[in-house]
Write a protein that binds this ligand. Structure first.
Ligand SMILES: [Fe+2]
Ligand SMILES: [Fe+2]
Length: 197
């Protein structure tokens, strides 16, 4: 994790995609050609599907958040549905990031030194996402108290929690898109087998 107080232009929440020096493979392998590319191996397809499941879970949680904020569900009903889904998403992200940090990124950094800076950015993203996850977990511990005690401010708890959830979802979308833009073109260029994945 960087300790600098200046925002890095490539930090999550600041950047809007990769700079030209990290896009040279993406220019050669644009997204439109990925699905039919012969080098899109099973592992990569599986990894993309996991990313898609994270996006779908985030959309589902956002829909539930909209429903409670706009009065279509009561907070108790919202929390009964959102809590297990949120737990599943956060556990899935924790595992996924550990695999990427410990295995996927080191292998790919070794294979393509020109992209190392991009992988360092993705590693920092994981730290940033985990800070957002920690905030969400802390707020989710408040929800049951708010729902069951007379003194709990339910509306405030719901607002705080759904805002934290939206903050995580926004960072997650950016991270997933940029991670795919960095990694998939490299795999299509070299193949999973050659990279030793
Ligand atoms: Fe990641
Ligand atoms: Fe990922």
């Amino acid at each position: 994790m960087t300790m600098s107080s200046d925002p890095n232009p490539l930090d999550l929440g600041v950047r809007t995609g990769w700079p030209p020096e990290l896009r040279y493979l993406l220019e050669r392998f644009p997204r439109g050609g990925w699905p039919d590319h012969p080098n899109l191996g099973d592992l990569t397809q599986f990894w993309l599907e996991i990313h898609e499941s994270f996006r779908a879970a985030a959309v589902d949680l956002e829909r539930r958040a909209d429903d409670v904020r706009e009065g279509r569900t009561v907070p108790e009903q919202y929390w009964a549905g959102a809590a297990p889904r949120m737990r599943r998403l956060l556990a899935g992200l924790g595992y996924h990031h550990r695999v990427e940090d410990s295995h996927v990124f080191p292998v790919l950094m070794e294979a393509e030194a020109r992209l190392i800076r991009g992988f360092e950015v993705l590693e920092r993203d994981h730290d940033a996402l985990h800070a957002r996850i920690d905030r969400l977990v802390a707020l989710s511990r408040v929800m049951p108290v708010s729902l069951t005690s007379d003194t709990g401010d339910i509306a405030r708890s719901v607002d705080d929690l759904t805002a934290a959830q939206a903050h995580l979802a926004a960072g997650l979308r950016q991270h997933l898109a940029d991670e795919e833009d960095l990694i998939v073109p490299l795999i299509l260029d070299r193949t999973e087998v050659v990279l030793g994945m």
